[in-house]
Ligand binder design. Structure first.
Ligand SMILES: Cc1cc2nc3c(=O)[nH]c(=O)nc-3n(C[C@H](O)[C@H](O)[C@H](O)COP(=O)(O)OP(=O)(O)OC[C@H]3O[C@@H](n4cnc5c(N)ncnc54)[C@H](O)[C@@H]3O)c2cc1C
Ligand SMILES: Cc1cc2nc3c(=O)[nH]c(=O)nc-3n(C[C@H](O)[C@H](O)[C@H](O)COP(=O)(O)O)c2cc1C
Ligand code: SF4
Length: 380
């Protein structure tokens, strides 16, 4: 088994990969050796802390011998969060031994499947909640420490670095929700980062479907189909009215703007976000910046009240009426849209596309995905 780990590292090196990380966290194989919770062996690979760490130190030595000066990082748990498992105290000792064995960096995590929410945290965990685990390991080794910490905002990553909790702030789901997370942070454009909501749809999709999906970003895991390089930019300045500023309407507006349509997004509430606002989820705030940056004209406090030939009629909150001439319409008004309006709209416009909960009941993932996919090709 050790040989297989070493051979994998040799192959990585041959393939030009910059370094390897041994996964010794989260209850997986090497972690199961390290933890007294799972390691009940009585041979030289179990029984004492030294024996439990042996397999990892031997693999490090094997890789070093086969690959020479090749970066080896070890992902390890600083707490299993189960009775009888790895504790912060025992993790510090493990960290010191891994450093002495030749590890170049440590990637500190926590939790096993029995304590799963501590491993991949749902939205009720606070950013930085596990910072003391990383800080404690870092204080006891001299190699760099990477640590994930439920980081949503670049400011949190900066704070953790400043507080000495890690040398590298790890961001996993943040980059699933927005692969440009780091570039936007670097450019000081936190407002453009599509934030991870901690909704766990990604985890569910990986476990149930074997592929990755993200509720905040319908392109995640589907870049070979919906990557921007495949977008057909044939809007040619035609006007599209997107009716409703929930997750579906916002996603539809964004794709249409990128395709070169002149997009007007109207929303009866004073803020965008739709039902996701009720769920107190954050992406709508970010989406306002993204939509503005993409040239979408936002009309909050405008309620769709009627339709005329090629025109949308809106009531302004606070009084007055407005009329918008539009070539096409995207209906994203959420659950139970007024059926009368829909019939009138279908008669008044050549093309009406329904997206989100207007078309089918679901959650945010389904809403953003249906919006993305439906306006990707339609309305050309
Ligand atoms: C309390 C609560 C918690 C939830 N929690 C979750 C969760 O944790 N995870 C999850 O995936 N989903 C959750 N959902 C469901 C999720 O919010 C919806 O699936 C999603 O918002 C649907 O998006 P949508 O854009 O299709 O519709 P909506 O979000 O309903 O957006 C429709 C928008 O259209 C606007 N509109 C309607 N009529 C008009 C009109 N005549 N003129 C102008 N504007 C109009 C509305 O004001 C609204 O902003 C929750 C829902 C609620 C209510
Ligand atoms: C869909 C998904 C798959 C993951 N797969 C792995 C994995 O294969 N190996 C691993 O060490 N961690 C994995 N993780 C955990 C992340 O690396 C990270 O520790 C965790 O998501 C917490 O960090 P975050 O709040 O920045 O997302 C996965 C997380 C998610 C959401
Ligand atoms: S599905 Fe996307 S938004 Fe939801 S937790 Fe996963 S990465 Fe975050």
């Amino acid at each position: 088994m050790e040989e297989k780990f070493v051979n994998a590292a040799v192959n990585c090196r041959k393939a030009g990969i910059d370094g390897v990380e041994l996964h010794a966290a989260h209850g997986y194989l090497l972690s199961a050796f390290l933890s007294p919770y799972t390691n009940h062996r009585t041979d030289r690979y179990g029984g004492t802390p030294e024996n439990r760490r042996r397999i990892v130190t031997e693999i490090i030595a094997g890789i070093r011998g086969a690959c020479g000066a090749y970066p080896i990082c070890v992902r390890m748990n600083a707490d299993d969060f189960v009775e009888g498992g790895i504790t912060p105290e025992s993790a510090v000792e493990t960290a010191k031994i891994l450093e002495a064995a030749g590890a170049d960096a440590l990637n500190v995590s926590c939790g096993v499947y029995e304590s799963a929410p501590d491993m991949i945290e749902p939205n009720y965990y606070e950013e930085g909640w596990r910072k003391e685990l990383g800080r404690r390991i870092r204080a006891n080794v001299s190699i760099p420490v990477i640590s994930v910490n439920t980081i949503k905002y670049p400011q949190t990553a900066e704070r953790l670095l400043e507080e000495g909790c890690c040398d590298f702030a790890g961001v996993a789901r943040g980059q699933m929700a927005d692969p440009e997370w780091v570039n936007k942070a670097k450019a000081g454009r936190e407002d453009l980062i599509r934030k991870c909501m901690g909704c766990m749809e990604c985890n569910k999709s990986v476990v149930l479907d074997g592929c990755l999906s993200c509720a905040a970003n319908p392109v995640t895991g589907r870049g070979t189909m919906y990557g921007e390089e495949f977008l057909i930019r044939n809007g040619n300045g035609r006007t599209v009215a997107v009716l409703g500023g929930g997750p579906a309407g916002m996603q539809a507006a964004l794709v249409l703007a990128k395709r070169g349509f002149r997009v007007v997004l109207l929303e009866k509430a004073e803020a965008l976000g739709g039902l996701a606002r009720l769920a107190a989820l954050p992406p709508h705030k970010t989406m306002v910046s993204i939509l503005r940056e993409s040239g979408v004209r936002l009309l909050p406090n405008h309620t769709l009240t009627g339709v005329r030939e090629g025109e949308i009629v809106m009531a302004r909150t606070g009084g007055g009426e407005a009329v918008l001439a539009s070539d096409d319409v995207v209906l994203a008004a959420g659950r139970r849209p007024d059926p009368r309006l829909y019939e009138e709209m279908a008669a008044a416009f050549d093309r009406v596309v329904s997206v989100g909960e207007c078309a089918a009941v679901g959650g945010i993932l389904e809403a953003t995905r249906s919006a993305n996919d439906n306006v990707w090709f339609l309305l050309a």
